[in-house]
Design a protein around this ligand. Sequence first.
Ligand code: SAM
Length: 351
Amino acid sequence: MSTELTSKLKQRGRASVDFLSNFGFGAAKVRDTVEQELHRVVPDPAALPDDLDQRSARIEQSMLGFRPYRVQQAVGEWHATYHGLVAREAFEEIRDEIEPILKKYDDGPSTLEDNSKEGAPGYYEGVNFHRTAGGWEDHEYQGFIHADLVHSRLVKNFFPGGIWKQREMVAGMAPKDHYDKILDMGCSTGHFTRALQTVYPDAEIHGVDLSIRTLEQARRLANASGWTWHLYQRPAEDTGFEDETFDLAASYILLHEIPAETIKQTFKEAFRVLKPGGDMIMSDVTRYADMDKLGVWKADFGARLGGEPYWRESASLDLAEVAREAGFVDVTAEGLPPNSYPYIVKGRKPE
Ligand SMILES: C[S@@+](CC[C@H](N)C(=O)[O-])C[C@H]1O[C@@H](n2cnc3c(N)ncnc32)[C@H](O)[C@@H]1O
């Protein structure tokens, strides 16, 4: 569906989205220069303050006089502010043409439970995650705009090796070759759900997310491929499923989007809804514990710029400990080389 629809982009919209996407590569030289200066002003990262706010103030103050750093900041700010708007404009140029196709895929074998009337948790409501203009719900086709224009066309360029392959690799890291019933927690527009479907083609697939717009896009994706997904607008930490319903509970980059307490509840919820002997696999951003102090500042700075309010508390958690506290056994946790990304936590519910 993605290629079918994005191939309809008009010259102006395509150029704007692709310009934003490729600009990062053009700015690589500035990035290298800033990197060298950072290592000059921070010769010994271990000597930086332990407190991250103090560390950030120290580094950012030292760098402020360095012009390429200010340029990099300005570009990052511009990118963060405008990427959603540019994608939305590109969509509006082709809306009349593609709306009938999007509507066509609203129908099909997949189902979606809409709980919009119930409202969202306080940590989620009204937050413009990723600085997306209007958050996830503001535009009726925000799911398509985010999945097919921002993610598939823009963000994909920042992940060498391909974000789709990475999701399939993670899905394939679950311990068993076969699962009857799988829950994707924070399934969003269905990128990881698709990976689960691909790796476990015979499984019954269920997905929960708080965002109805992204779930609508997941439904289109599944319907376009003839897949039967069961999608629900429900929080991952309180899914409402009966105890012992699933054989595998999985998530891909959900955890850094939620506060630490909600992460803990989500692991407990995964434990609750898994059958005895069921598996859990959660994957997310690199742990701060796996970086030096300068690396942590860089990640934290990027998260602040990119509109990620819970990244810091999430990346600071010991997820293996969280999994054990939730009751999981045989817990493993590892960041994949070369950058410890994604960080993957696995565990099993005892028989
Ligand atoms: C980065 S996206 C996840 C992407 C998706 N798993 C993938 O592979 O592309 C994060 C998603 O988590 C959802 N989310 C945030 N808090 C949530 C919660 N408490 N329960 C369920 N979904 C949540 C957001 O609405 C968003 O769609």
